[in-house]
Design a protein around this ligand. Structure first.
Ligand code: HEM
Length: 417
């Protein structure tokens, strides 16, 4: 994709065309207005940060608070942005909405329960889930990989990890479906879904406290730091944010990742051969590259200036919201050679797809595991998988923070058992 020449006018942001391919507009912003104040579709004004160096600095700057109380506009506090239904006060105290020292305490406690080891031990279960989902459509020769694969996989995985009993997991699938359909909206259905999920988690935590197991919720209840524990409310809010933050992101890693692979047949063939030989190295760099090239989180979550600061030489007034555009930073030619090229073997790849600084994604090991197993298993079991639609016709979700497809129709030779 060539750089936009200087003479071109400023591209329109947040249109449907932009949603389908925001990268030319981000290239323009990086070049001409790297720290840019804009009015979002919600009517809220915010700064977009698009260069890699500025993005890293902003993500780690303690003068940028995650607490929406620091926003100068009443609009934010009244719930025009953020997690659907999060106006329910007890949900407001999740990791992505708080600063140190509260953030430090909660993060330390959850880190004790949500360990890389717990995730590694979970691998056989994720493999089993992946295979079960593929079994559901393998004989048919066609599928919508968003609805039949990318969407249910992380829901069932996180439910299992948390310790939600199998008989209740389909309820979660329905609630999550309502949340993703109206992402960012305040429509009644979303609020109801969040409320039910929250109430269910509170009840489950209450039950688990009386009968601790080896699941993550029991781990959250057990975790203590210098004698401090999570309260039942904090544990419920934590379970909810793990589910919420780990769900649509992973759907989009699998969806955007497959879409990119299907459009780059040579790269895909290399990966397929490598996976068929039982290698893991290319698979690991491939998932990192897919996170960089077209990652699930287009914009990092909201930050608010608590004191005057400069980003990229631009003064940000106190109370102004700052949105770091991860998708733009990860294609900054000042940091990434051949920034618009998908190179699954890319070695020098410090992408910001999982963020940076104290809010760096706590679920990255799980996301990597799910992403790697999902792609490897699909390519192995359905080796002639092809897109069954014109790529230009596919619809993207219009949300602000996440980037993902609404559907991904594919065709392949039916796999008879
Ligand atoms: C491919 C999948 C994923 C991507 C791309 C992703 C990306 C991110 C990013 C960019 C952030 C930082 C946001 C910011 O600073 O504004 C973040 C934070 C977070 N992620 Fe993920 N995530 C993924 C999967 C997961 C999973 C599977 C979980 C949990 C099960 C999870 C849980 C969280 C939590 C709890 C935070 C907040 C951490 C904090 O504030 O300290 N994520 N994620």
């Amino acid at each position: 994709m060539p750089e936009t020449p200087e003479s071109t006018p400023r591209p329109e942001l947040f249109t449907w065309e932009f949603a389908a391919n925001p990268y030319p507009a981000y290239a323009w912003l990086r070049e001409h207005a790297p720290v840019h104040r804009t009015t979002l579709p919600s009517g809220v004004d915010a700064w977009l940060v698009t260069r890699y160096a500025d993005a890293r600095q902003a993500l780690a700057d303690s003068r940028l608070s995650k607490n929406p109380a620091h926003h100068s506009e009443q609009a934010h506090r009244s719930g025009r942005v953020g997690i659907p239904g999060e106006r329910q006060a007890d949900l407001m105290t999740h990791l992505l909405n708080i600063d140190p020292p509260d953030h430090t305490r909660l993060r330390r406690l959850v880190s004790k329960a949500f360990t890389p080891r717990r995730v590694a031990e979970f691998e056989p279960r994720v493999q089993q889930l992946t295979d079960r989902l593929i079994d559901g459509f393998a004989e048919r020769g066609s599928a919508d990989l968003i609805h039949e694969f990318a969407f249910p996989l992380p829901i069932y995985a996180i439910c299992d990890l948390l310790g939600v009993p199998p008989e209740d997991q389909d309820d979660f699938r329905d609630w999550a479906g309502m949340m993703i359909r109206h992402h960012g909206g305040q429509r009644g259905g979303v609020g109801r879904a969040v409320k039910r999920m929250r109430a269910y988690l509170a009840e489950l935590i209450h039950r688990k406290r009386a009968d601790l197991g080896d699941d993550l919720i029991s781990g959250l209840i057990r975790a203590s730091d210098h004698g401090e524990h999570l309260t039942e409310n904090e544990a419920a809010a934590m379970a909810f944010i793990l589910l919420f933050a780990g769900f649509e992101t992973t759907v989009n890693l699998v969806g955007n990742g497959l879409f990119a692979l299907l459009q780059h047949p040579e790269q895909r063939a290399r990966l397929q051969d490598s996976v068929a030989r039982g290698e893991r190295e290319l698979l690991a760099t491939a998932v990192e590259e897919l996170l960089r090239y077209d990652g699930p989180v287009e914009l990092a979550t909201w930050r608010f200036a608590t004191s005057p600061l400069r980003i990229g030489g631009v003064e940000i007034p106190v109370g102004d919201p700052v949105l770091v555009v991860l998708a733009a930073a990860d294609r900054d030619p000042a940091r990434f050679a051949e920034e618009n090229t998908l190179d699954l073997a890319r070695k020098d790849n410090p992408h910001l797809g999982f963020g940076h600084g104290i809010h760096y994604c706590i679920g990255a090991p799980l996301a990597r595991l799910e992403g790697q197993l999902a792609l490897a298993t699909l390519l192995t079991r359905l080796p002639d998988l092809q897109l069954a639609a014109d790529p230009a016709e596919l619809r993207w979700r219009g949300g602000l923070i996440m980037r993902g497809l609404r559907e991904l129709p594919v065709a392949f030779t039916p796999q008879l058992r």
